[in-house]
Design a protein around this ligand. Structure first.
Ligand SMILES: [Zn+2]
Length: 348
């Protein structure tokens, strides 16, 4: 769930004005920044085009709706001057990033590049045989203290996914961190990381010091880190923190960082530090809440997220809360006291 979190004032943004939908902004020679609208509270997504021979390799596509398609068509007719897309690099399977992939790959007859996990997750959810609808999943949320209707709100989310995507082609190219990735004469190092999604892909162009960060590092909001019923004891927060540490070690500070949402930044290391501190603080809130009381995850959720929430918002907040709970269980700082109704937690 996005929230403002600034420990220190951020340095000035290198590109303080985002392009409007239908416009392009050249952030480096042969590197274009595009924006598409989203029908959510987070109302936009960034897409980047990298010059690739006679056309453009697109990093992400926007969601799979009519408005996004119209904006793409106006871009092809206008600012892109009829130059085609050559391939799609999809950072992760979330619909705001790859929703229009099926349509674009068919339109241009072009391949997609993704990490294996993201491709198979996207294909799996795209079949509609989404395992999160079963009774076992509903019971999982209820055992964690969620109401029946609250559990139904979470397990209903999968239906929405199908409405926001145009599919994926039946084959793909795997993005691998160990292989350099060439686009139009540029060489990129692929980075991958879990936490926000299963194994998100990012691209670092060391020679020109820019880094396409997807949703792993965002300048203003904190990426959503959630546990879902498909992997009840998963530790996405641990994976996310590991990924941030390895990005900080691999990518020099000052690198132009091009995120999936909001504005580009250059204070990459400061921002990574803020994101780590943010999750530390959130873990402390959970620990304090469970200091004198035994609580379910559903009871911890409104302590961590104090604003008014409808059932839908609550279900997102719950999944994020469980990410912090599972991290703390791993660290031995929280224990599950094992009540018959389901998991109940107290500080160790
Ligand atoms: Zn995402």
């Amino acid at each position: 769930m996005p929230k403002d979190h600034r420990a220190q004032p951020a340095p000035a943004h290198p590109f303080p004005e985002a392009p409007k939908p239908g416009e392009v902004l050249e952030v480096a020679p042969g590197l274009l920044w595009l924006r598409f609208k989203l029908p959510f509270a987070l109302n936009h997504v960034n897409v980047y085009l990298i010059e690739d021979g006679a056309g453009w390799a697109a990093v992400d596509t926007g969601i799979g709706d009519d408005l996004t398609r119209e904006v793409w068509e106006s871009l092809f007719a206008g600012p892109l001057k009829g130059r085609p897309l050559t391939r799609l690099i999809l950072t992760h399977h979330h619909p705001d990033h790859m929703g229009s992939a099926g349509w674009l790959s068919e339109k241009f007859g072009i391949p997609v590049h993704m990490t294996e996990t993201e491709y198979f997750m996207g294909r799996y959810l795209g079949t509609g045989h989404d395992a999160v609808h079963g009774d076992a999943h509903r019971i999982f949320y209820q055992n964690h203290g969620m109401t029946e209707s609250g559990a139904a709100a979470v397990t209903g989310r999968g239906h929405m996914y199908l409405e926001m995507i145009t599919g994926l082609p039946s084959s793909f190219h795997a993005l691998e961190p160990r292989e350099p990735f060439e686009i139009g004469g540029r060489t990129f190092q692929v980075h991958t990381g879990g936490g926000h999604s299963w194994n998100q892909a990012m691209l670092h162009c060391e020679d020109e010091t820019f880094f396409i960060a997807a949703d792993q590092v965002l300048g203003r909001i904190t990426p959503n880190i959630s546990v879902h019923s498909v992997q009840p004891d998963g530790d996405p927060l641990g994976r996310y923190l590991d990924s941030l540490a390895s990005l900080r070690a691999a990518i020099p500070d000052g690198t132009l960082t091009l995120p999936g949402h909001d504005l580009p930044i250059t204070h990459l290391h400061q921002r990574i530090g803020e994101l780590i501190a943010h999750h530390d603080e959130r873990c402390d809130i959970v620990l304090n809440a469970c200091r004198d009381k035994v609580l379910s995850c559903a009871e911890i959720t409104p302590i961590l997220f104090t604003r008014q929430m409808d059932e839908h918002m609550f279900s997102f907040a719950f999944s994020e809360t469980l990410a912090h709970v599972n991290r703390l269980l791993r660290e031995g700082r929280l224990v599950d006291v094992g009540e018959p109704d389901g998991p109940r937690f107290r500080s160790a």
